[in-house]
Design a protein around this ligand. Structure first.
Ligand code: XIL
Length: 317
């Protein structure tokens, strides 16, 4: 069995992977991605973000996002749609600001309504707001917060809920996987949305970790429980565990152990419903491009061969 088949047998709704449009022409890569025994869910790495969808005001381009949605449908895989509101990959016509509160609310609502309506019925989950908190756990100093205040978050969720009542709506962030100020403030975001009488279904823990510094199972379980206590589910949405490259055999063994820790914590908590790795192969990982000197973060290597992490995940599932 592959990861999704094993994950479902262990009680998950899915085990999935991110993917991206340029990769769709790599037939060796696609042979593994398309296998729903391995992956029961996919996430577009980039093509549903604001800069792709609405690069200029009022002009919407869904072609690249559609390609990933069509792929999920052809493969019988669930689709996590990612994302509607984020400070990054935000076109400058939005990020440079200059809009007053009412105008930016209208821009936000229009973007969400158009995009969610376009994909209505196709998104199992929507990451509605991504990374609203900075590394210290405070509200990020971005155009949405600075212009609208924290109310932009419930406003965004309300617009998404109205456009597709059947999609599960998520808040997604990193460094909320253990007890910290940022974790507490992510809990407070869920409470904020609920206090407006607006629907939130889940919290996505990105889980971009480093070998040897991965969260402990106890800490992750208790972080998941804090969200479960508010009546929302949790998904591990962007899991990868990077290391300095080149990676030694010992490091790859530790990486396997670290992946198992994450899987074990998710399986131990009913509220944790699925796990997504942020692409499945080192060949297409975002890590080397983003964290200089780091890489080798995924269960398949550059040659699409499985690593110890793969066997570790499979044995934990
Ligand atoms: C990353 C993509 O993988 C890269 O291709 C892109 O250059 C930058 O964004 N958190 C998120 C994801 O929520 O959208 C990011 O994806 C990784 C960090």
């Amino acid at each position: 069995a592959g990861l999704n088949a094993a994950g479902k047998a262990a009680g998950l709704e899915y085990f999935g992977s991110a993917t991206d449009n340029p990769e769709l022409s790599d037939s060796d890569y696609m042979a593994i991605l398309n296998n729903s025994d391995q992956f029961g869910q996919i996430t577009p790495g980039n093509s549903m973000k604001w800069d792709t969808i609405e690069a200029s005001r009022g002009t919407f381009s869904f072609t690249k996002g559609d390609a990933i949605a069509d792929l999920a449908e052809a493969n019988g895989q669930k689709l996590r749609c990612h994302n509607l509101v984020w400070h990054n990959q935000l076109p400058s016509w939005v990020s440079s600001g200059g809009f007053d509160n009412a105008t930016l609310v209208e821009i936000l609502q229009n973007h969400i309504t158009k995009e969610v309506t376009h994909y209505k019925g196709r998104c199992y989950h929507w990451d509605v707001v991504n990374e609203a908190l900075d590394d210290d756990g405070n509200y990020r100093d971005d155009v949405f917060y600075n212009t609208i205040g924290e109310a932009y978050i419930p406003i965004a969720f309300a617009a998404a809920a109205a456009a597709d009542p059947s999609a599960k709506l998520y808040y997604n962030d990193y460094s909320i996987e253990w007890s910290s100020t940022k974790h507490t403030n992510a809990v407070n975001i869920v409470k904020l949305i609920q206090s407006y009488g607006v629907k939130i279904d889940g919290v996505g823990m990105q889980a971009h970790f480093t070998v040897g510094q991965t969260v402990t199972q106890d800490a992750l379980e208790s972080a998941i429980q804090d969200f479960a206590d508010l009546g929302v589910e949790v998904a591990i949405t962007e899991l990868d565990i990077r290391t300095k490259t080149p990676a030694s055999d010992d490091t790859l063994q530790q990486q396997s152990t670290d992946y198992q820790t994450v899987v074990n914590a998710c399986l131990a908590k009913d509220a944790c419903i699925g796990i997504t790795i942020w692409d499945y192969t080192d060949k297409y990982s975002w890590v080397p491009k983003t964290f200089s000197g780091y890489g080798a973060a995924l269960p398949w290597d550059d040659n699409l061969e499985t690593k110890p992490a793969y066997d570790g995940i499979l044995s934990a599932l």
